[in-house]
Design a protein around this ligand. Sequence first.
Ligand code: HEM
Ligand SMILES: [Cu+2]
Length: 565
Amino acid sequence: MAMTFSHRVCPETGLKVCRDAELLIKANAVVAIVFLAIGGLFGLLVALTRWPAVHILPADLFYLALTGHGADILVFWVIFFEVAILYFASAVLLNCRLATPRFAWAAFVLMLIGALMANVAVLQGESSVMFTSYVPMKAAPHFYLGLILFAVGALIAVFVFFGTLVVAQQEKTYEGSIPLVTFGAVAAAIIAVYTIASGAIILVPTFLWSLGLIADIDSLTYRLVWWGLGHSSQQMNVAAHVSIWYAIAALTIGSKPLSEKVSRGAFLLYIAFLPIASAHHLLTDPGISSEFKVFNTSYAIYLAVLASMIHGMSVPGAIEAAQRRNGFTQGVFGWLRNAPWGNPAFSGMFLSLVMFGFIGGISGVVLGTEQLNLLMHNTLYVTGHFHGTVAAGTTLAFMAVTYLVVPLIFRRELILKGWCKWQPYLFGIGAFGLSMFMMGAGTLGVARRHWDMTFSDAALSFDYPPSAFLMMGLNGIFGVIATVGGIMYIVIVVGSVLFGKERDEAAVKASPVVFKGGGAVVASHGDAATLKLPGTITLVSVFFVSFVLYYYINWKFLSEVWPLS
Ligand code: HEM
Ligand SMILES: [Cu+2]
């Protein structure tokens, strides 16, 4: 029997919302957004410095800002938000109480202290080691300690999530199997455990080394183990944002997965193959054998890519199936034309889906191919690729779901409705430009993490073609657009939470945010049971043609690097 616990029943989804879970979701989401704001500001400074005509920061501050940008945005923003998602996907979707709220608060406090400590270290200027913090570069001890405390907190949060699943099962708060969104969150949480374990193995000794207690850290071992953390943490993000795609599609248009079994299988592929496919970050590393690289980046990575492609097809497929069921049956794309493009939750989700696949996905496979990697290793192409995955993909998906979290969890009306409508497009276009122009500049050889592409104070000069400078200028402009989108998001969310009208029964009736029955769909198990999807099949064909063409163009580039024939 379900135990009684302090909760309310959501008038829009019919789900029981545990009070503790609700408070923790709010706290984690708010702190996440603060770190997005700080990290975004650092990102703007970085982009303005790399814009040759602006070149705003001196060298030392550039590396400081770059380190702050990576840590605040890819670690603290994303992971605080993911903790909120874990509590939502367990307690709320399973209608149960959150296990051990005290531990969840302890996790929150540890993460917050850790994140602040790392920020202080970065701002003091002695820890500009950038995202990968490769040894023998050494940061201040409290930089590593901050990351370690943050990771311990995150691990506790993950165990609160697992504990909540056990509570739900024992107290029988749901029927049948867990919903797909919760299943995806389980995948993210399992990968998180692996990620944090790799992080502990490498960061704890590095912390001791920074204190002078260990004489030496082997740099090859560091790189190898660090990428166990660096790569799998990105897969955790993918599992989380894919779950969010399914959740938004269910809540905004009532879509069910095409096949629960297939989607679950794809999540299982993530768990099995993603954590080990990390050698694509080390393809040019002289210390690692070719056999290992080839196994790791061909078999392991392609099975992980397969999983993303399954989701990439099944999410639009699920949307098409739902839209057709909702009556939009005209032609091949009537369902897409008539999608709720003015609803920022939906538009943000769809843009995230398309850009993650086309930009992040295709460029990721190209970069992950050992031979092609030589073309763009350590250039801005790499940075362009991962802004396609983590800015246009993960961040935009998380922004999109916030448009549901504010009315449903904070129970506030969104302010600035016009801004809400446009925000996902602005941030999306900005992130699109950032990704594409960094990839373009990288194709022309522009190095990543370089303060000055003119090499004005270097002993040996090198001239990039004018088009490379143009790309970096455009990159700066789109960085500004993304920043405007980011600021709009922060103003909307903070403004709505602080000043938005409270959503009472009347407001819920007047402006519902959940599609009729969407609450039941997201919290249950079941298939759309149709494969009549001409629109999705067309989109997927366009994707494959682009993919194949781009892949072969890069082999052609490669053949031109060595003009032997
Ligand atoms: C306002 C939006 C953003 C702008 C203008 C921006 C700009 C940039 C630029 C220009 C670089 C390249 C620096 C270089 O290698 O010289 C960079 C690096 C990076 N960005 Fe962003 N970015 C934005 C959003 C994001 C988001 C949303 C994420 C992750 C969720 C992210 C994660 C990173 C990471 C991890 C690096 C690499 C740091 C390093 O190399 O140590 N960025 N960003
Ligand atoms: Cu990776």
